[in-house]
Design a protein around this ligand. Structure first.
Ligand code: HEC
Ligand code: HEC
Ligand code: HEC
Ligand code: HEC
Ligand code: HEC
Ligand code: HEC
Ligand code: HEC
Ligand code: HEC
Ligand code: HEC
Ligand code: HEC
Length: 310
């Protein structure tokens, strides 16, 4: 009972703390983020001049900013919008210096880590582990992909739209999508981010979910998901990519081998895979038996037949 009471109190405290952070995040012009009495590094509210003041000299930026999600969306959610100074820091000295660039936080002069830290002051709840992801660790920061004032797509504020954005660095990935058979990413029918989270995940390769277990692929290819009475085991154990290339392939159906039989015999040869049975001896390599999926049609699994004939 007492433990439960303690938990409730703790939850209430956490909630209040969270509210405080949220309010700070969408601090308004008039109410600048409150100064913390104990920390001298925390800016003094008097050092904030408000976005209207910025507008007197940066009119064009302010005008455009009204349509920015940091104004528009933030207001929809009940706040008063994110102010200039919530990102650029207190501006009094900058203004008094007639626009002294040394006295304002300049993203263009900051390191990726410093930029990330600024953005994560508000976006940490969505991307808490960013610095530990492949991108974060490689120094690819928020500003590598996002721009607040000069973006190509307003939604998500990307500097350049996908997939071009990703190709600027991942040049090695581009050829796969130029293969004869490929997911239609370059054609704009799907995005890299349908499968990958550029902010990282706990899965391999920043995938939204692991390929074994297959939720990444099954989100769209629901028919391959089963559950089947007779499931072809590699679907779950090795995953879709044991037979398909995820990006593109020279082979139809994005297969990893140009002959279906060589794909199957990777595992269905007694010496190769101890759990997969070798093919029965009547499967001599006469032509008739080479196109395995002509007979074993339900290759992902079947509810009717243990040999996946139907
Ligand atoms: C008195 C006019 C004036 C006011 C008011 C003013 N600025 Fe500036 N600001 C300037 C000038 C001049 C520059 C330097 C020229 C330039 O790069 O545009 C500058 C530069 C900047 C830069 C750096 C640009 C770079 O090159 O990276 C930022 C960021 C900036 N201002 C933000 C703000 C913000 C935020 C406010 C409101 C708190 C503000 N300014 C208010 C005049 C002003
Ligand atoms: C959500 C954070 C954020 C807010 C809010 C914000 N800025 Fe910026 N600002 C940036 C970033 C990041 C850059 C670096 C260039 C970019 O991403 O567009 C920048 C760059 C600038 C520059 C340098 C010129 C340039 O284009 O490189 C000026 C000037 C500026 N901001 C002024 C303002 C003013 C004025 C406001 C309020 C209307 C404002 N900023 C609001 C993040 C922000
Ligand atoms: C002071 C808090 C704050 C800071 C700092 C901040 N943001 Fe935001 N950001 C917001 C709010 C509030 C929204 C509005 C979206 C919402 O309410 O869900 C938003 C929206 C966005 C969106 C658009 C989301 C969408 O649904 O289209 C992107 C992208 C974004 N921020 C990136 C950044 C980046 C990059 C930085 C650092 C340069 C940054 N933000 C700094 C508070 C902030
Ligand atoms: C490698 C490129 C890349 C980096 C680095 C990156 N983003 Fe993003 N971000 C994207 C893309 C692409 C989207 C659109 C995702 C989608 O459409 O599913 C996005 C979407 C967002 C959104 C809106 C939707 C959401 O997922 O919440 C926010 C907010 C955001 N990013 C903030 C950040 C912040 C903060 C950082 C730095 C800590 C950051 N991003 C770093 C590429 C990136
Ligand atoms: C249909 C889902 C899907 C799409 C769309 C997709 N990927 Fe992938 N990607 C994967 C899978 C699955 C892997 C893991 C492959 C493996 O481990 O065998 C992967 C691996 C990667 C890797 C790691 C490569 C390596 O060899 O380690 C990079 C980088 C990558 N993808 C970038 C991209 C880019 C850039 C785009 C958009 C142009 C994109 N991906 C679109 C599913 C996808
Ligand atoms: C500014 C350069 C840059 C941009 C832009 C960029 N990446 Fe990356 N990406 C990297 C670097 C550097 C790494 C880490 C080293 C590596 O694995 O190549 C990486 C790693 C990855 C990985 C492997 C993750 C892992 O855990 O192994 C994937 C997947 C990926 N990026 C996808 C994307 C997608 C999708 C986009 C576009 C939304 C994108 N990247 C945009 C530079 C970039
Ligand atoms: C966002 C939805 C989506 C996701 C996620 C997705 N796919 Fe696809 N996939 C499609 C669409 C749409 C097509 C058919 C159109 C085309 O040619 O791109 C397709 C085509 C295919 C084909 C070829 C089918 C044929 O008839 O030629 C294979 C094989 C395939 N996907 C496997 C995968 C695998 C494996 C994954 C996971 C790594 C995956 N897909 C993830 C949407 C998706
Ligand atoms: C054991 C190898 C293997 C695995 C594992 C596998 N596939 Fe396939 N898949 C095939 C073969 C072979 C074909 C071509 C069938 C044919 O020739 O008709 C195929 C065809 C497809 C097609 C084309 C449409 C259809 O149903 O014929 C899609 C889509 C597809 N696979 C998606 C997936 C997804 C998603 C996964 C993971 C859940 C997966 N595959 C796992 C071997 C495999
Ligand atoms: C990654 C390895 C792997 C690949 C590739 C693979 N299989 Fe399998 N397959 C297995 C395993 C493991 C089993 C399960 C054996 C058992 O029942 O324990 C199995 C079972 C089967 C069965 C049913 C056997 C039974 O128990 O009745 C058939 C039929 C079959 N596979 C056909 C194929 C065909 C056709 C292909 C090529 C399109 C293929 N397999 C590709 C691993 C694989
Ligand atoms: C002409 C139709 C046909 C073709 C083509 C075919 N098979 Fe079969 N397969 C069968 C028949 C019939 C059986 C026996 C089913 C039974 O005993 O229930 C069988 C059985 C199997 C089994 C063993 C199932 C078990 O229960 O032990 C495997 C594994 C298998 N085939 C794999 C393949 C592979 C790999 C290929 C391509 C190289 C292939 N098959 C091509 C008709 C075919």
């Amino acid at each position: 009972m007492r433990r439960m009471l303690f938990c409730v109190v703790l939850l209430v405290c956490l909630f209040c703390f969270w509210r405080a952070v949220q309010v700070g995040a969408t601090g308004t012009d008039q109410q600048a983020p409150p100064a913390h009495p104990k920390k001298s590094s925390t800016p003094n509210p008097a050092d904030f001049v408000g976005s209207e003041t910025c507008e007197t000299c940066h009119e064009d930026i302010n005008k455009k900013f009204a349509e920015n999600p940091h104004s528009r969306l933030a207001m929809l959610h009940g706040g008063k919008g994110v102010t200039c100074e919530a990102c650029h820091g207190p501006g009094r000295e900058h203004v008094e210096g007639g626009g002294d660039v040394e006295k304002i936080f300049r993203f263009s002069k900051a390191t990726p880590k410093e930029v990330d830290k600024k953005c994560l002051e508000c976006h940490a709840s969505a991307h808490p582990n960013f610095e530990r992801t492949a991108h974060g660790e490689a120094g690819v920061g928020c500003a590598s992909c996002h721009s607040i004032h000069k973006f190509a797509s307003e939604e998500s504020l990307l500097k350049v739209s996908q997939p071009k954005l990703c190709y600027t660095c991942h040049t090695d990935i581009k050829p796969a999508f130029a293969q004869p058979f490929h997911h239609k990413v370059d054609e704009g029918l799907m995005n890299c981010s349908d499968c990958h989270d550029p902010h990282g995940t706990f899965k391999q390769k920043g995938l939204h979910s692991s390929v074994a277990g297959d939720v990444v692929c099954v989100k769209c290819h629901t028919e391959t998901a089963g559950p089947f009475v007779y499931e072809h085991p590699p679907i779950r154990t090795e995953g879709c990519t044991s037979c398909h290339f995820p990006h593109g392939s020279p082979n139809p159906r994005l297969l990893t081998r140009n002959n279906v039989n060589s794909l199957c015999l990777q595992c269905h040869t007694a010496s190769m895979n101890f759990t997969a049975p070798g093919v029965p001896s009547f499967h001599n390599q006469a032509n008739q038996y080479q196109a395995c999926t002509v007979c074993h049609v339900q290759i992902h699994g079947s509810n009717a037949d243990s040999s996946y004939f139907k």
